[in-house]
Design a protein around this ligand. Structure first.
Ligand code: SF4
Length: 616
């Protein structure tokens, strides 16, 4: 199987039993790999009643056909399960070198079922795997865990994906960190690992990956790399990281402040990518085969927020969640929050936004000092840092925050319309009032509010793929948005299955060539479109099985309040956007279910009965 190893590891944690099974070639061709293939596999294994943190949930680590081959940013892997944060489809992906190493070790992916009787980690090496006692690392932070496992296995080249104390303590937005700082951040996959007593996965391989046409891949991969190298995004993210966009985002109103309630903030530029570069930046970091190098490496040498030496630097979203949302104007303080999040193992977006919601409730008088244990004041990060430690241990007020902002609102009987979350996942920092397409992206994303499932802000800032229907428009008009967003969602689904980093955006024809060279079929641009659309509909079908309806496709009112600043008081009309979106997708306007003809057209006939039952 070109592009694939053709083998999966199945690990029954309850019985400590490991089997090697063949990858289902037909499924792989149809759903590609990564989170696409994982979704199709998981569909048969979980349902609406599955407790995401119960033994019955299934965790799948999956690479894609491009992972570890040749081309721009092809170093990613996906980690998927029913999400404990959202109760629907959960997926997260991460870069570094873990994904390629898993393939070199002889496997496309790993399926974990059950729950280990005591903490373990999985060691995979050159076609073999074993479960090992994790007693020595249980309770340890992420870096310590990785260091200790490396020492125990005596091979510095091993790549490790691990959870921190937050994952062990089932914090609903716990993440998985691999390669010292690369995070599979969203949807709580770290908590699923913790619920299975699985502390880490260590991989080492020296094998190769067969591709259909290696000479052509060398040529086409080089061309795609050159395209990516010459893009504006590469220049900006390479020199300033993802926060290179910060100042422009603030000007456009793409960043909002004080828990999404204000459109401007005088101190915004104090925590920009340039501010980071001028103060604590010491280097850049790259994932496998990446010409962009968006990763930051920093060192805060002294003061209250001194880091533990050289550590991974803050990215745009974390500046948003611990800076913009809390009105904290100190880069070093935000860097400290970032470092703590990475060590305890939590998603910086959900953690920061949940904490910001607590500040918001405190400001409103709903929360009191007696509830929290100390005061919460806008602009003061120290309480947030304390809260992070409490969240990781689920101690005191941290136990409530560990459930995420939606469940916190439930606990304090607060209106959900004031919770900046969609399908229980906290929103990132691309404001739907600044880019109306992002309103649709958040409302219809298959994993809760997510900017990576379709980065429409990039489209409307001038990053089109016309042949794919990804067409830029005025950022605050409705015209053409539904079609452009749907096309981008389709294309990004393909990225999540291939797997490739979103920041790498070569022309579609070059992408099709990479697929052809690696897998072997002759892929045309239209084939990519069909594949992507199939994946979006598959995840929709999965979520319908989990109980999702059109009622879930909405934004909370707090994100639709007019603001001053770059959005100039404009807000999107969600009814019009959603109507056009359902029409475009051929989804039923009332239920939001994909119509029967659409499922047939995409080769998803097998789900028609599940989706429609006796309705049609
Ligand atoms: S752009 Fe950044 S996240 Fe993407 S592959 Fe490169 S270093 Fe990794």
């Amino acid at each position: 199987m070109n592009g694939y190893i053709g083998k999966l590891l199945w690990v029954d944690l309850t019985e400590s039993k490991i089997e090697i099974k063949d990858l289902d070639e037909k499924l792989a061709k149809k759903y590609l790999g990564g989170n696409g293939l994982a979704c199709r596999m998981l569909y048969d294994m979980v349902d609406k009643d599955t407790d995401p943190l119960g033994e019955e949930n299934v965790l799948i680590v999956m690479t894609g056909p491009l992972t570890g081959t040749f081309g721009p940013c092809v170093g990613k892997y996906a980690i998927c399960a029913k999400s404990p944060l959202t109760d629907i489809w959960g997926e997260s992906n991460s870069g570094g070198k873990f994904g390629p190493e898993l393939k070199y070790a002889g496997f496309d992916g790993i399926v974990f079922t059950g729950k280990a009787p005591k903490p373990v980690y999985l060691f995979v090496k050159d076609g073999k795997a074993e479960l090992r006692d994790a007693k020595k690392v249980w309770g340890k932070e992420v870096t310590k865990t990785q260091e200790k496992i490396l020492k125990e296995l005596k091979d510095e080249k091993i790549k490790i994906a691990a959870i921190g104390p937050a994952g062990e303590n089932l914090v609903k937005y716990a993440c998985v960190i691999n390669d010292f700082g690369r995070a599979a951040g969203r949807t709580g996959m770290g908590a699923v690992m913790g619920s299975k007593n699985l502390k880490a996965i260590a991989v080492r391989g020296r094998g190769g990956i067969a591709v259909a046409n290696s000479n052509k891949l060398l040529k086409d991969g080089t061309k795609a790399l050159d395209s990516v190298k010459s893009s504006f995004v590469t220049q900006m993210f390479g020199s300033l990281g993802t926060s290179g966009y910060w100042d422009y985002a603030a000007t456009l109103g793409d960043l909002s402040f004080k828990y999404f309630t204000e459109g401007s903030w005088d101190d915004a530029s104090k925590i920009s990518g340039s501010a980071l570069a001028e103060t604590v930046l010491v280097n850049h970091a790259s994932c496998f085969a990446c010409p962009i190098s968006c990763g930051r490496v920093v060192n805060v040498k002294e003061g209250d927020y001194k880091t533990k030496g050289v550590v991974k630097g803050t990215e745009y979203e974390t500046l948003g969640s611990f800076g913009a949302a809390l009105l904290v104007n100190d880069v070093e303080a935000i860097q400290k929050a970032n470092e703590i999040c990475d060590e305890i193992g939590v998603d910086t977006i959900s953690a920061g936004v949940t904490i910001a919601y607590a500040y918001y409730l405190y400001d409103k008088g709903v929360l009191k000092k007696e509830d929290v244990g100390f005061e919460l004041k806008w602009g003061d990060i120290d309480p947030a840092l304390k809260l992070l430690e409490l969240i990781a241990k689920r101690e005191g007020f941290g136990d409530i925050l560990a459930e995420g902002s939606y469940r916190m609102a439930e606990k304090f009987k607060q209106p959900f319309d004031e919770v900046a979350a969609v399908n229980k996942m906290e929103v990132p920092f691309h404001d739907p009032r600044a880019f109306f397409g992002m309103a649709l992206v958040y409302a219809t994303s298959w994993r809760g509010a997510c900017h990576m499932t379709a980065d429409n802000y990039q489209t409307d800032l001038g990053q089109p793929q016309i042949e794919l229907g990804i067409i830029p428009g005025d950022r605050q008009t409705l015209e053409g948005k539904a079609a452009s967003v749907a096309s981008l969602q389709d294309y990004r689904s393909l990225y999540g299955a291939a797997i490739m980093c979103n920041f790498s955006f070569p022309p579609a024809e070059e992408m099709a060539n990479l697929f052809s060279d690696v897998i072997g079929n002759k892929y045309k641009i239209d084939d990519l479109k069909v594949l992507g659309e199939r994946l979006v509909n598959l995840k929709r079908v999965f979520n319908i099985k989990m109980g999702l309806t059109s009622e879930n496709d909405k934004l909370p009112a707090i994100l639709l309040e007019p603001l001053d600043g770059g959005t100039e008081g404009k807000v999107p009309d969600m009814d019009i956007l959603l109507k056009e979106y359902y029409d475009h997708r051929n989804w039923d306007p009332e239920t939001g279910k994909p119509n029967k003809e659409k499922l047939e057209e995409l080769g998803l006939d097998e789900f028609i009965d599940d989706v429609w039952g006796s309705d049609k």
